[in-house]
Design a binder for this molecule. Structure first.
Ligand SMILES: [Zn+2]
Length: 243
């Protein structure tokens, strides 16, 4: 429990956000926060923490148009507002309160275009079917490990190790994929004319799910200098399939 409450051990950065490229996190940010609070409550303390911010567009949704690196969320210093930045080339930085509203606006406007609502329902159905297959495959992991173990004696140790690692990696990738699919299937897709009102009060997970469902990638462009319209700093690849 103590180990997992350390952000790095949980696969999270110091702001409690998943570390990009870390693979599947051991705990989600929410789980880790809940764990920290539970530990503090046991000790009768109140948790001393800066208000954490739930970024809408991390987790691979937004990337840097310059180098293709996924953007991460963070603050420049303790008092600064939440901010997206590229840790690849370092050229892209954009405040969350400028980036997120323009992406939300585009996503909601797209939903009102003819045929789009139906398209998203179709994507959700595809995701639901894949999630069902994947859940069965993940449940079957124990038997795959057991089969591998049965061959252990006949295998060169290095070959066994490699096969075991591949099986583990495959399981981690399947779980990460299932988590992604569940985020997009969980979004309630009601009447598109009501979606703007819905958005304003929707839980963050649903907002993110809707963005993930309609967008394949948001590319954030470098600022040209001066007071640029935030709309001119994004380029969206719309999702055409869940794969
Ligand atoms: Zn970059």
């Amino acid at each position: 429990m103590k180990t997992l409450s350390h952000p790095r051990m949980a696969g999270l950065d110091n702001d409690g956000n998943p570390i990009e490229g870390f693979g599947e996190t051991v705990l989600t940010p929410d789980e880790q926060r809940a764990l920290l609070e539970a530990r503090a409550a046991i000790r009768g303390e109140r948790v001393q923490r800066r208000e954490s911010y739930d970024y809408l567009l991390t987790k691979g949704i937004a990337d840097c148009d310059e180098c293709g690196h996924d953007l991460t969320g963070g603050r420049v210093h303790a008092e600064a507002g939440p901010n997206y930045r590229c840790q690849g080339c370092g050229k892209i930085r954009m405040d969350a309160d400028r980036l997120e509203p323009v992406v939300a606006e585009e996503v909601l406007a797209d939903l009102l275009r003819p045929g789009q609502h139906e398209k998203l329902l179709r994507l959700q159905q595809d995701a639901r079917e894949e999630a069902e297959r994947l859940a069965i495959y993940i449940k079957d992991a124990d038997s795959r490990f057991a089969k591998l173990k049965a061959f252990r004696q006949q295998m060169v140790p290095d070959a066994y190790k490699a096969a075991e690692k591949a099986t583990k990696d495959d399981l981690a990738a399947s779980r990460a994929r299932l988590r992604f699919l569940e985020q997009i299937t969980g979004v309630p897709l009601s009447d598109p004319r009501e979606v703007v009102g819905w958005w304003n009060t929707a839980p963050r997970a649903f907002q993110r799910g809707l963005v993930m469902l309609s967008v394949a990638k948001v590319h954030v462009l470098a600022a040209g200098g001066g007071a640029v319209d935030p709309r001119s700093r994004i380029r969206i690849d719309w999702r055409t399939s869940v794969s």
